[in-house]
Design a protein around this ligand. Structure first.
Ligand SMILES: Cc1cc2nc3c(=O)[nH]c(=O)nc-3n(C[C@H](O)[C@H](O)[C@H](O)COP(=O)(O)OP(=O)(O)OC[C@H]3O[C@@H](n4cnc5c(N)ncnc54)[C@H](O)[C@@H]3O)c2cc1C
Length: 444
């Protein structure tokens, strides 16, 4: 094994993951007399909250991603390594990785693991082939191809029953991502594609949003859930609460509500129903006995370190941390960003021989959008919905995008989309053939 790069006499901080948590940690270490190594398997930071816009053709992938090297170019104490971390040698204080066919290792004095989460198919991994989740750019472009291809295939189909299958879209899970996807799908069908086809009527598409609990956006107060459901229904989404998808097949799903199971013929199923931790959580458990919760997240101490290993921190979605009243913190971007900044501050404090109080999360509130001019906002002390909530949602998302260029491009693109009802990134770029299924019969 080799360690690429020069060995530094300064304290070495290795950060695994350039998402919100890892990147904010690295940036908050700027100027410190520390050698920082940020390792990520991809060369860009991804703004996941806007992935659904890529999946539905509203934005292009480059609008919501920023190259990590570019973001950290001016930070002299930080280097970026593109490699896939595979495990940890805790006694040897090394991160083990794989980089373009080579094994390599990175020695640390302090380790920060921020590798995030993946989709959870609740014991049915085979469903992933037919019901992709939304987590990466590749997922988003694959979903985009599936959605747009369904309209193309419906246009070539002659059997009404098959056309109905192509034009039935099922979104599983009515958390913020599921609600955003369902709303955007309804707008694509009813507005964007309205005049684009000659045989089918895209507006006849059925969009089913399936949620296991009793309301959409279950983490929001009930009145906002009700408003969100009304907004979805106005857009033409059929909301099925207290319902579970119990089977996913290439040509349909089974939806179970109480004792009743209904088979629904459809070709596009989108999964927005749960997460499980990155396998690096289990790797830490093996390497240093870290405790995992049911989703595989690493249970951390109040200062976000692992018990008995004060030099190893786990932050962001991969961490199971609790607030002052003992409730687990949600897997959202503000938690990840604040944890990244906190750990950086703690590392600096320790270098000065000082200590810090435990991490404490300041909740800035939460928001979700439903289509192009409706959203719900919950600040705790005030909550509202509708157009003004949507404008605030736009503002907050533009503000939080990394890189000025992205902010400007997204603002212009959204303004254009708003006035034209357009979604100009409606490209089918999937080439591996999984997105399209041949129509049963074609009448050219
Ligand atoms: C579709 C979607 C919509 C969302 N919407 C919102 C929203 O509206 N508001 C909100 O607050 N939050 C939202 N979230 C949640 C938010 O994006 C996450 O809470 C946040 O990204 C967590 O940051 P993180 O740094 O912990 O993980 P991530 O951002 O997932 O970053 C993890 C990083 O680790 C890297 N990595 C993983 N494994 C390895 C490995 N083995 N080797 C090297 N690198 C590795 C990955 O490439 C990635 O860059 C959304 C999430 C999704 C998926």
């Amino acid at each position: 094994m080799s360690q690429p790069g020069a060995i530094s006499p300064r304290p070495r901080v290795v950060i695994v993951g350039g998402g919100f948590a890892g990147l904010y940690c690295a940036r908050s270490l700027a100027g410190a007399d520390i050698s920082v190594t940020l390792i990520d398997r991809r060369n860009y930071h991804l703004f996941q909250p806007l992935l659904y816009q890529v999946a539905t053709g509203g934005l292009s992938p480059a609008n919501i991603a920023a190259p990590l090297r570019g973001v950290l170019a001016r930070q002299r104490n930080c280097r970026v390594v593109m490699a896939d971390v595979t495990g940890f040698d805790v006694p040897g204080r090394r991160v083990l990785a794989h980089d373009g066919g080579r094994d390599c290792a990175f020695t640390y004095d302090t380790l920060v693991v921020a590798a995030g989460v993946r989709h959870n198919y609740f014991g049915n991994p085979a469903w992933e082939s037919w019901a992709p989740g939304l987590k990466t750019i590749e997922d988003a472009t694959r979903i985009r191809a599936k959605i747009l291809s369904a309209f193309e295939d419906a246009e070539l189909e002659t059997s009404p029953e098959r056309i109905r299958e192509w034009l039935t879209f099922v979104v599983v899970g009515a958390g913020p991502t599921g609600v955003e996807l369902a709303g955007a799908l309804a707008e694509i069908a009813r507005r964007t594609l309205r005049r684009d086809f000659r045989r089918i009527d895209p507006a006849s598409a059925r969009i089913l949003l399936v949620e296991g609990s009793e309301r959409v956006l279950p983490m929001y107060p009930p009145d906002l859930s009700r408003k969100a459901q009304r907004s979805l229904e106005r857009l033409g989404v059929t909301v099925l609460t207290r319902s579970l998808v119990s089977d996913v097949r290439p040509d349909g799903v089974t939806i179970r509500s109480g004792d009743m199971a209904t088979a629904v013929g459809c070709r596009v199923v989108l999964w927005a129903a749960g997460v499980q931790a990155s396998p690096l959580g289990a790797a830490l458990a093996t390497a240093c006995g870290a405790e995992l919760d049911r989703a595989g997240r690493v249970v951390v101490r109040p200062d976000l370190s692992i018990p008995d290993h004060p030099q190893i921190f786990v932050i962001g979605d991969l961490a199971h941390a609790r607030d002052a009243s003992g409730r687990p913190l949600p897997g959202v971007a503000p938690v990840a960003m604040q944890q990244g900044a906190y750990v950086a501050k703690l590392i600096r404090a320790r270098l000065d021989g000082a200590a810090l109080p435990a991490f404490s999360y300041v909740d800035p509130g939460s928001m979700a959008t439903i289509g192009r001019a409706a959203a719900v906002v919950d600040f705790g002390w005030v909550r509202f919905s509708g157009y003004w909530a949507w404008l605030l949602w736009l503002f907050v998302h533009i503000l939080n995008l990394i890189q000025f260029e992205n902010r400007l491009l997204v603002m212009l693109q959204w303004a254009w989309n708003y006035f034209t009802w357009g979604r100009s990134a409606r490209l089918i770029t999937e080439t591996d053939g999984t997105a399209r299924h041949p129509p049963s019969s074609v009448d050219g």
